[in-house]
Design a binder for this molecule. Structure first.
Ligand SMILES: *Cc1c(COP(=O)(O)O)cnc(C)c1O
Length: 246
């Protein structure tokens, strides 16, 4: 086994153990291998090791790597990073899933482009996650959701975002995405993930006609906690590939 295969095995083992603790099927969790800043050869090596879900956070970098590996149609490309509206077309053309929808402007831009490029018409809307800011940190992206339980105004704003996103023809809203505070104690991280899960359950109950059961949360330092709290998609870079150089 090469080093990447070994690390992949080790991450899968930790995912399995976390799933078991949470009494969840391992198959309900998708591992997204985050290859940002690494060259395309590493993406190829990850694919060869069996990783089919690849995560990138810069639009052009994803488009270039996807083009370089175009012969491999089995790779699923996840755009996980903040998206500037002027890059929305690149993501609409080249991503298979978008994890960080944090403004309605982006939602409308993406949907418009997906109508233009034919994906919406071909019944291939882009699956998206709404990014929510559960911790309330000013530096964090995402729709404000730190006080959704106590604050009816915040709840109403979130309801409105879901309502408006759900009717956009190019997008298929499938759940929430969040990021835990960097370096926070485990109890705090767990609380953030748990509150995201509870918000997701609440939104699902509010919108029974939609399927909002996916949760994108958990990275190298906290993916096991995220799995225990209900993550369906974890986004892992360093645990698989080591420290990024840039
Ligand atoms: C880089 C990144 C990750 C992966 O981070 P690691 O700590 O390397 O696992 C996950 N999610 C997002 C949004 C990222 O930008």
């Amino acid at each position: 086994m090469n080093a990447i295969q070994k690390r992949y095995e080790a991450v899968q083992e930790r995912m399995r153990a976390a799933a078991e603790r949470a009494k969840r099927p391992y198959s309900s969790i998708t591992l997204i291998a985050v290859t940002k800043r690494w060259p395309v050869e590493l993406v190829q090596a990850a694919r060869d090791a069996g990783m089919l879900h690849i995560g990138e956070n810069r639009a052009e970098e994803m488009a270039e790597k996807r083009a370089a590996l175009a012969a491999d149609a089995t790779i699923v490309w996840h755009f996980i990073g903040a998206l500037q509206s002027r890059k929305a077309a690149v993501v609409a053309d080249h991503a298979d899933t978008f994890h960080a929808l944090d403004r309605m402007k982006i939602a409308r831009r993406l949907s418009k482009r997906l109508e233009e490029n034919g994906r919406a018409a071909n019944n291939r809307p882009l699956p998206v996650f709404l990014e929510v800011n559960i911790s309330g940190e000013a530096s964090k992206a995402g729709f404000a959701a730190d006080r959704w339980r106590d604050d009816a105004t915040q709840r109403e704003a979130l309801r409105k975002v879901v309502e408006e996103t759900a009717v956009l023809p190019g997008l298929r809203l499938q759940g929430l995405m969040t990021m835990a505070p960097f370096g926070a104690p485990e109890a705090e991280i767990r609380d953030i993930f748990r509150r995201t899960r509870q918000l997701s359950d609440w939104l699902q109950a509010e919108f029974p006609a939609l399927t909002l059961d996916q949760l994108s949360m958990g990275m190298t330092d906290d993916f096991e906690i995220a799995i225990e709290e209900g993550a369906t998609h974890i986004r892992v870079g360093r645990a698989l590939f080591g420290e990024r150089l840039t």
